[in-house]
Design a protein around this ligand. Structure first.
Ligand code: ATP
Ligand code: MG
Length: 423
């Protein structure tokens, strides 16, 4: 028989093994808690959309649309795209369901897989997971500040290390158009100092020159005219209002005129959280206001603001937190004949709200106790031929139980210290 090549997960993707799965589940539960407390409701859109949604929504000149989309023709000959980001699709849904008729702002939270055809490396994958929070239907500066502070709180609760926040404003589309012309002229005047990449993009997307790490380009950009100095009075006021709210909340940030973000749809507020605990891919989450996007996708004029944060990067930057052991019960079965009774005991434990599993691999009694230890069980119920015993794994004490009910109660008592000790 010919030897077959080993099958592997596609390049830039990964399997989530149980250790990681637990961490992800905790992260999502914390997210639901933090965002739910501020009125953000669960919401979801499909994993793929008409390519048009992203081509029109994200912007034809962005890296995402130019080179990162997984687009293909389906069997019906339509061009569809695996979603590379959430905002454009959320706006599509807002328009499709007439959500402007709901009380505004509409506050939504979402999470799920996203796809970008990128060069895979640590913290950069072709399928990754994002959490999103969006508030549509109001330009109130408290929403910008609220969303920034919610992401900040989330990162803190998750233990994400060495976090920094950068903030800026991109003004309105009109201001940006005028400014882009000014910047194009400036870049053309100093074109011979710029990297080839930046030079090639002067016409298409001059703002991206601020993202370059090419040394001479960086020097040119230090002296470039700044969009922050060109803001219309009402946009400058909006930024001041956001800043005042962040200051009141004691939120540290750096006002960074070079922050441009990789998406075309932003207006006014833009921000990004980075972690110095990460290498080159330091962005953990970011977002901003997109006051023109809903209208651009066929809806009524609808100011909106939101952010996206990368689950894998947040977990990378959070390091390993200690597991909380001792909250589960293991049901040991010394003789195979006891399996039916043990099965009943495990179900009774779970019905009482405890975490329980039984021996299911034919181990010796000694092996079963060792396994219970490995699982971090706080109690073991031993199902003998005619008797039940409950072993407290913290004290080592073993006590008989008259019936299943008593075994459940004793197991619960053995777990109590561990359950109470958890914050
Ligand atoms: P980067 O500058 O790293 O390319 P980005 O500006 O493209 O990030 P956004 O579009 O703002 O990122 O997406 C929000 C978040 O999603 C990022 O801060 C990051 O945590 C995460 N993210 C983006 N692309 C990837 C990817 N390819 N793999 C893993 N996480 C990603
Ligand atoms: Mg990117």
């Amino acid at each position: 028989m010919a030897r077959q090549e080993k099958l592997r997960a596609p390049r830039g993707t990964f399997d989530v093994l149980p250790d990681e799965g637990r961490r992800r589940e905790r992260l999502l539960a914390t997210t639901a808690e933090v965002l739910g407390a501020a009125g953000y409701e669960p919401f979801d859109t499909p994993v793929f959309e008409d390519t048009e949604v992203f081509a029109r929504g994200v912007g034809e000149t962005t890296d995402i649309v130019q080179k990162e989309m997984f687009s293909f023709e389906d069997a019906g000959g339509r061009s569809v795209t695996l979603r590379p980001e959430a905002t454009a699709a959320i706006c599509r849904a807002y328009v499709e369901h007439g959500m402007h008729k709901l009380p505004q702002p509409v506050k939504l939270r979402s999470w799920g897989p996203f796809f970008r055809y990128e060069a895979p490396q640590s913290g950069r994958y072709r399928q990754f997971t994002q959490i999103d929070a969006e508030a549509l239907g109001s330009d109130d500066a408290t929403l910008d500040a609220e969303l920034i502070l919610l992401l900040s709180e989330l990162l803190e609760r998750l233990g994400v290390r060495a976090v920094r926040l950068r903030l800026s404003s991109l003004g309105t589309a009109a201001t940006r158009r005028e400014y882009s012309d000014e910047l194009r002229q400036y870049l053309r005047d100093r074109a011979d100092e710029l990297s080839e990449d930046v030079r090639a993009r002067i016409d298409r997307n001059p703002l991206r020159a601020f993202d370059s790490d090419h040394q001479a380009t960086v020097r040119v950009m230090e002296e470039a005219p700044r969009l922050l100095d060109r803001l219309a009075p009402e946009d400058a006021e909006h930024l001041e209002a956001v800043r005042a709210l962040l200051d009141d909340a004691g939120q540290a940030y750096e006002l960074d005129p070079k922050l441009v973000r990789g998406l075309d749809y932003y207006t006014r507020t833009v921000f990004e959280f980075t972690s110095d605990a990460l290498g080159a891919q330091s962005g953990v989450g970011g977002g901003g206001r997109y006051d023109a996007l809903v209208e651009q996708l066929g809806g009524p004029p609808t100011p909106a603001v939101g952010w996206a944060a990368g689950v894998e990067r947040m977990l990378l930057a959070a390091g390993d937190e200690a597991a909380a052991p001792g909250s589960a019960v293991f049901v040991a079965v010394p003789k195979p004949e006891g399996a039916r009774e043990a099965f009943r005991v495990a179900r009774a434990l779970r019905a009482a709200g405890l975490q329980a599993q039984m021996e299911q691999s034919g181990r010796s009694v000694k092996g079963q106790l060792k396994h219970a230890d490995r699982l971090g069980a706080g109690a073991v119920v031993i199902v003998g031929e005619d008797e039940l015993e409950v072993k407290d794994m913290h004290s080592g004490h073993q006590r008989p139980a008259a019936d299943v009910e008593e075994a459940v109660r004793l197991a619960g008592e053995a777990l109590a210290p561990a359950v109470e000790a958890r914050p």
